[in-house]
Design a protein around this ligand. Structure first.
Ligand SMILES: Nc1ncnc2c1ncn2[C@@H]1O[C@H](COP(=O)(O)OP(=O)(O)O)[C@@H](O)[C@H]1O
Ligand SMILES: [Mg+2]
Length: 446
């Protein structure tokens, strides 16, 4: 087989193996390898690789470095709470486990440069060394001199070293405003549907034919492609659902060629998985257990709280939903009593109206305006949050998720009204996750 990734200076078999490892990314791998050049040559001081999540940035970079056995350090900037850790990991990879002991505590970039030079004088590089900084956007939050320093590390340490940054962010948002040595930019585009198919099919199960797995993957993509193009997530979904897909085959009810029957069997299952594709934050095992529990329960009407355990919302969204629930079920005149810290004297008789015998919960949720929602929200959420666009976008996400409903006409842009669309047991479950005792704040339960 000819190697699609070509570059002089490397063994042909290695390049073939590399080509095999990076399907649909041969162009990017070739470009990157051309930038790196031959092993002994100096290459460009820094390379900036960007593209959306799961576009293969880490995969391609690591495959090249591993398959061609180039000296390298791979550092995940998410794991490095301080620059010191980054320096340590780099020194270990290049100069062995003893190397970081030379670094002083809470070392700075200049310490790193000094130690690097010292060690490098003892073991000079005979080929380019590579430092890969994954999730490099985190570097922007570290010391201001770190990123500019790393970009010109080659010059600072006077060694044949190249720094490769991997990130989802474009360089224009990255460049320090003090200026720096510009890296070479390399973009990884998203995978197309056909490419996703080609990559996913490679994971086929040895017990079944590649064709069968191929038709499973195309069903999967048919269902999920419109909402999820993340290769990592798709791989996970494929692994999760394949056994379900094969069940009729195992029971010998259906033959491999009867894809239509297999499709009919798996479709409802995939639709269910779809509802949780982004809300889910549990492992596949937990998810399957929950599916099982839910199936068991569906016969009866019992709806335990654990049925909602798979709904995982951002922190402030939970409080927004709680505030919305309170606004929907408490009479507006009671807000002062519940949410004003120093509400002064409010006559008890005034507060508890005798004639209000019917529970607000029986009447169902009432619509409320946005400002009331926000007033309650700021009072229940302890820390100070500025009213940012993010809060508003979280409100619209809650609407999209159908946890809130917008009432009124579309043209009333200035005064939208909302209703909370979740049940008491659901909101109790949500409140529990943020340690908020919602029952204390509900007029009905006073
Ligand atoms: N071309 C490919 N062939 C096979 N697997 C791939 C390919 N591209 C990405 N992957 C896999 O998809 C997942 C996400 O890729 P990754 O390289 O981590 O994405 P990124 O770093 O761009 O976010 C990884 O598990 C990786 O192994
Ligand atoms: Mg990555």
């Amino acid at each position: 087989m000819p190697a699609l990734v070509e570059q002089p200076g490397y063994a042909h078999e290695r390049l073939c193996a590399l080509t095999e490892r990076v399907p649909c990314r041969e162009t990017q791998a070739s470009t990157l390898l051309a930038l790196l050049g031959e092993p002994g040559h100096y290459s460009y001081p820094s390379i900036f690789i960007y593209g959306h999540r799961a576009s293969g940035k880490s995969h391609v970079t690591e495959s090249i470095l591993q398959e061609l056995e180039l000296p390298h350090a791979i550092v995940s900037c998410v794991e490095c709470v301080s620059a010191g850790l980054l320096f340590e990991q780099t020194l270990v990879a290049f100069f062995g486990p003893e190397a970081p002991s030379l670094l002083p505590r809470s070392s700075s970039l200049s310490d790193f440069v000094r130690i690097y030079k010292q060690l490098c004088a003892q073991t000079p590089a005979c080929q380019t060394r590579y430092i890969v900084l994954d999730r490099a956007e985190r570097l922007r939050d570290m010391e201001a001199n770190l990123l500019p320093g790393l970009l010109r590390l080659q010059e600072l340490v006077d060694d044949n070293v190249t720094v490769i940054l991997l990130t989802e962010i474009v360089w224009d948002k990255f460049r320090p405003n003090t200026g720096c040595l510009e890296p070479l930019l390399l973009h990884f585009p998203d995978y197309s549907k056909a490419e996703l198919q080609e990559i996913l099919v490679r994971d086929y199960h040895p017990a079944y034919s590649p064709d069968l797995y191929g038709s499973f993957v195309s069903i999967l993509l048919g269902v999920f492609y419109s909402v999820c193009r993340d290769l990592r997530e798709l791989k996970h979904l494929a692994a999760l659902n394949f056994s379900k897909f094969c069940e009729p085959l195992e029971r010998e009810e259906v033959k491999e060629s009867e894809t239509h029957k297999l499709w009919r069997n798996i479709e409802p299952h995939l639709k269910k998985a779809m509802q949780t594709v982004y809300l889910r934050e549990v492992s596949s095992v937990q998810w399957e257990q929950q599916q099982q529990q839910m199936e068991d329960r569906e016969a009866g009407t019992l709806k335990g709280l654990s049925a909602y355990a798979h709904v995982e919302l951002p922190y402030y969204s939970k409080f927004l939903l709680i505030a919305a629930y309170l606004a929907s079920f408490n009479p507006a005149r009671t807000d002062r009593r519940f949410f004003l810290k120093h509400h002064g004297k409010i006559k008890k008789t005034n507060f508890l109206k005798k004639h209000e015998k019917t529970s607000n919960h029986l009447l169902g949720p009432k619509p409320f305006p946005l400002d009331r929602l926000l007033a309650i929200f700021y009072s229940v959420v302890d820390s100070r949050v500025a009213p940012t666009a993010s809060i508003f976008s979280q409100i619209s996400s809650l609407v999209t998720l159908q946890l809130l409903t917008q009432v009124g006409h579309d043209d009333q842009l200035d005064a939208p009204k909302y209703k909370c669309a979740v049940a008491l047991d659901f909101i109790q479950a949500v409140s529990r996750t943020v340690s908020f005792d919602i029952v204390k704040y509900l007029y009905d339960f006073l």
